[in-house]
Write a protein that binds this ligand. Structure first.
Ligand SMILES: Cc1cc2nc3c(=O)[nH]c(=O)nc-3n(C[C@H](O)[C@H](O)[C@H](O)COP(=O)(O)OP(=O)(O)OC[C@H]3O[C@@H](n4cnc5c(N)ncnc54)[C@H](O)[C@@H]3O)c2cc1C
Length: 422
């Protein structure tokens, strides 16, 4: 990043105070800009508060793969599956779903993985840079990302994942049952036969606190917070950008759209079309036990869930629900995972369920975020659509946006993330 003296100081609105907005605010403030963060809710209280906390450097496999495409019929017909398309939302989801299917073709999977790689491989380093600026280094624990498999047959489904990780230089190791028992002694040994560890990944056990720390770092550097519901974003005749909310209209030299799953509306107002929907995700949180039950998040791919040792107890994180932004949550599927959690992590059996939660993953059909300047308004920058990997990719996104604002050459090709790729 350039020093504040070198960067021209501009007034910049950051719409959205999730992990992407807070990271971007901090990166922009560090370059001397006058930043105003606008959110209708509290800082970090939305989707960025309830995720599984993984900063997953090896996440080069997109959501749509040939394997996943084969499961699409079960999204519709299996009432108990971890992925679901609500029948009432099927028609609205169709254009997104068709693009999702197209993205799952083997050649597309390869090119999407190549575009994910420069983002996720920089995830830890870019988070460390922001964490250092905001005194949040302790919030990111370098404990790796572990997945365990109940059978060799289940492990065989990781062939594509391993191929892509190898191609993109991700370090990972294959674990025996004994290795897993040493790493996670409280897991029921009957629940796994082998595993896969990505040691370079990190874990945040209190994702909302990380957002708050990044925002506090921005605030120390002059950022303001305005709690308002933004209605409209438009360029004005004076060459600035007007941000109209329910209570006010403010003008800025530039604006960053980081409103997660709600970003499409602002892009449309500027004439930019984007394919964005929400893959809703859920968690169930168990009350804290006397001692730590897990040392790191553990994924159970056969059940499509992750057990994560959050600051306030174990959370089981799962479900991929296409139902839009308006439908009420349906906790039936996540509740149904409680007996599984009790069986694989017996220490949770005596812990009451203290919370059910749902969040809105802001998802593009090709698993790539939208990062870049609006083709229709050069004062507006996009930073949304991070889907399953918003925590992972937030800090590198922030650095890229700060570079775009400053007019620096990006460290790698940003064309795969442009808004008009759909
Ligand atoms: C169950 C689950 C597990 C996950 N696990 C992981 C994980 O382990 N690792 C990982 O990397 N990612 C994970 N994710 C994904 C990650 O949480 C998201 O990608 C990320 O939180 C998105 O961040 P964001 O800042 O873009 O959006 P958000 O956190 O949704 O923030 C957007 C903000 O914009 C505000 N906003 C929207 N519209 C307006 C408006 N009109 N006016 C004012 N404000 C507005 C909202 O109030 C909100 O605060 C998970 C997601 C879920 C649901």
């Amino acid at each position: 990043m350039t020093t504040p003296e070198k960067a021209p100081k501009r007034s910049i609105a950051v719409l959205g105070a999730g992990i992407v907005g807070a990271s971007t605010a901090l990166a922009l403030c560090a370059e001397g800009h006058a930043v105003t963060v606008i959110d209708r809710g509290e800082v970090g209280a939305g989707t960025s508060s309830g995720n599984a906390g993984g900063i997953v450097e090896g996440a080069v496999t997109p959501t749509a793969t040939p394997d996943v495409l084969r499961s699409i019929p079960s999204f519709i017909f299996n009432r108990d599956g971890a992925a679901v398309l609500r029948p009432s939302y099927a028609l609205q989801a169709l254009p997104w779903l068709l693009r999702f299917i197209a993205a799952g073709r083997p050649t597309r999977v390869a090119s999407i993985a190549a575009a994910l790689s420069p983002l996720v491989s920089r995830a830890m380093a870019s988070h460390r840079a922001l964490a250092e600026m905001s005194g949040a280094l302790d919030a990111i624990r370098p404990v790796g990302w572990l997945k365990v498999y109940g059978s060799q047959a289940a492990f065989e489904h990781t062939t594509l994942q391993r191929e892509l990780m190898t191609r993109h230089g991700v370090s990972f190791s294959l674990l025996s049952a004994q290795d897993i028992a040493e790493l996670e002694p409280n897991l029921n040994p009957d629940s796994y036969t082998c595993g896969l560890l990505q040691p370079g990944s990190g874990f945040v056990d209190h994702p909302r606190a990380l957002v708050e720390k990044y925002f506090a770092g921005a605030r120390q550097r002059g950022a303001e917070f305005v709690q308002e519901n933004v209605l409209e974003l438009r360029p004005n005749a004076a060459g600035s950008v007007a941000v109209r909310s329910e209570n006010s209209t403010r003008n800025f030299d530039a604006a960053v759209v980081a409103t997660g799953a709600w970003s499409k509306r602002f892009a449309s107002q500027l004439g930019d079309r984007v394919s964005l929907d929400t893959e809703r995700g859920y968690h169930l949180s168990f009350a804290p036990s006397n001692g730590p039950l897990l040392n790191r998040p553990v994924g159970f791919p056969e059940k499509d869930c992750v057990l994560a040792p959050m600051h306030d107890g174990i959370a089981v994180v799962s479900i991929d629900e296409l139902a839009g932004l308006e439908a009420p949550p349906n906790y039936r599927r996540i509740r149904a995972l409680a007996p599984f959690v009790h069986s694989v992590l017996p220490g949770t059996r005596s812990q009451a369920i203290q919370r059910e939660w749902m969040g809105y993953r802001p998802s593009t059909p090709d698993s790539l975020p939208v990062i870049g300047r609006s083709p229709h308004c050069d004062k507006v920058f996009y930073a949304f659509g991070h889907g399953h990997l918003g925590l992972t990719m937030a800090a590198i996104t922030a650095q890229l946006v700060a570079g775009l604002v400053a007019g620096r050459t990006a460290p790698f090709d940003l064309a795969p993330y442009r808004i008009n790729r759909f």
